[in-house]
Write a protein that binds this ligand. Structure first.
Ligand code: NAD
Length: 414
């Protein structure tokens, strides 16, 4: 099938490359000339395991092309994906500026029947909005079908997740448009949920909000454990074995961060508010999460007798392992709090260092954890990269001023 994908970030690029890998003719579009230039040379502008090899192969085989022109990509495509960012606006409402711009560009370019697929995470009602904008931009309404197909991939395992989705959600106004996507995904072995546009849009926000709620819940339980002497790992294990609860997303720690949960939970709260519903439960989920990170720093401060003049080694900067994404990463809050309290920071991350350097230029970035541990008053595990799970603890302890490891991700047994 001829497919266009607008936006070559974590979602768009993975979607484009995987669809090309499955034998579709894919043209990806991005407005960022630096990204387009890299992709032309087979270099992915993001870090994602496996993407580079798959990108190079699909370019070689002639299934993947890149352009900066929406019209070039849209004119020939049967299906056009919108996969641009929807970051939170100043009040937390998802900012649809990029989605609007792309809808306009698509509307100016459609010449034949086209299914336009919203893959970006967008508030309920956005499918209708995109259709309206496309038609206002000049497209013949008879040629346009807007479909919602929210994305559930996880950074760090995005290719695997795209090839092996738990479910495919398709929200459409008519069966023919939905069937076009069913056909596109026919080689994937996944349960497909076909529904209306609004429900599909809500499935994405409700899913992320529910997962965030689970993490905040176990973090609240961890606070009771701290106060009472209980062991939250055992509590989570005992809870998770109940099939109705399940063990996933029940790990207490620094809380949720990253490019999706913070903005989608806040987006759910603000969108609910705009519709007249006060989603107080989710507001508390956010409050618990925010305090969880600050409580971690408070405990570090208490253990060290104050952070002023202390040298803290940060293990991991990306918001989770196997990605270079630092959007809403816990490392950013922890570094800021330590610096504010008068401490100094040395840090290591296998791939995300340069992105954090742009935000905190005074931090001392090192090539290895053993260098970070040198003369440190404490080490703080923020991102549980695999390489941090098998460290020579004796060697670390010897290098440190005081051998204290604050493990925010429960990688090591006490
Ligand atoms: P991203 O910021 O990594 O990528 C967005 C890309 O769109 C950028 O390359 C940007 O240059 C490009 N772009 C912006 N405006 C454009 C325009 N007018 N024309 C062409 N290109 C344009 O974003 P992402 O992380 O890939 O997320 C995209 C969407 O998918 C968001 O709505 C997000 O919530 C959702 N989502 C993300 C993930 C994830 O793990 N990252 C998972 C599921 C859903």
């Amino acid at each position: 099938m001829k497919v266009a994908v607008v936006g070559t970030g974590y979602v768009g690029l993975v979607t484009g490359v995987v669809l090309a890998h499955l034998g579709n003719d894919v043209v990806c579009v991005d407005k960022d000339p630096a990204k387009v230039e890299k992709l032309r040379n087979g270099i992915p502008p993001i870090y994602e395991p496996g993407i580079e090899e798959m990108l190079k192969k699909t370019i070689e085989d002639g299934f993947f092309q890149i352009t900066d022109s929406i019209s070039d990509a849209v004119e020939t495509a049967e299906v056009v994906f919108i996969a641009v960012g929807t970051p939170p606006g100043p009040d937390g409402t998802p900012d649809l500026t990029a989605v609007r711009a792309v809808a306009k560009g698509i509307g100016q370019s459609i010449r034949k029947p086209t299914v336009v697929v919203n893959k970006s995470t967008v508030p309920v009602g956005s499918g209708e909005l995109v259709e309206k904008l496309i038609i206002e931009a000049g497209a013949d309404p008879a040629l346009v079908n807007v479909v919602s197909n929210p994305e559930f991939l996880r950074e760090g395992s995005a290719i695997h997740d795209t090839l092996n989705p738990d479910r495919i959600v398709i929200g459409a106004k008519n069966q023919a448009a939905a069937q076009k996507l069913v056909e596109l995904y026919s080689t994937l072995n996944a349960t497909t949920v076909i529904t209306d546009l609004e429900s599909a849009e809500l499935i994405k926000y409700a899913s992320n909000s529910f997962l965030a709620l689970k993490i905040s819940f176990i973090n609240a339980v961890s606070r009771i454990c701290e106060l009472s002497g209980g062991n939250v790992e055992d509590v989570a294990k005992g809870m998770g074995l109940d099939k109705r609860i399940g063990s996933q997303f029940l790990q207490a720690g620094l809380g949720w961060g990253g490019s999706c949960f913070p903005k989608d939970v806040l987006g759910t709260v603000t969108v609910a508010e705009s519709l007249g519903y006060d989603f107080a439960l989710l507001k508390e989920v956010i409050a618990i999460n925010d305090d969880q990170t600050l409580n971690f720093v408070r405990r570090l401060d208490a253990r060290l007798g104050g952070l002023a003049g202390k040298r803290i080694g940060i293990m991991g900067l990306a918001f989770k392992p196997n990605t270079d994404d630092i959007r809403d990463a816990k490392s950013l809050i922890i570094i800021e709090e330590i610096l504010k309290a008068g401490g100094s920071v040395t840090a290591h991350d296998p791939i995300a260092t340069e992105l954090v350097r742009a935000i905190f230029p005074t931090v001392d970035y090192r090539e290895s954890i053993y260098e970070v541990s040198h003369e440190a008053d404490a080490l703080v595990m923020v991102t549980e990269w695999n390489e941090y799970r098998h460290l020579d603890l004796q060697r670390l302890a010897k290098a440190m001023k005081t051998p204290i490891l604050f493990d925010g991700r429960r990688c090591y047994k006490k």
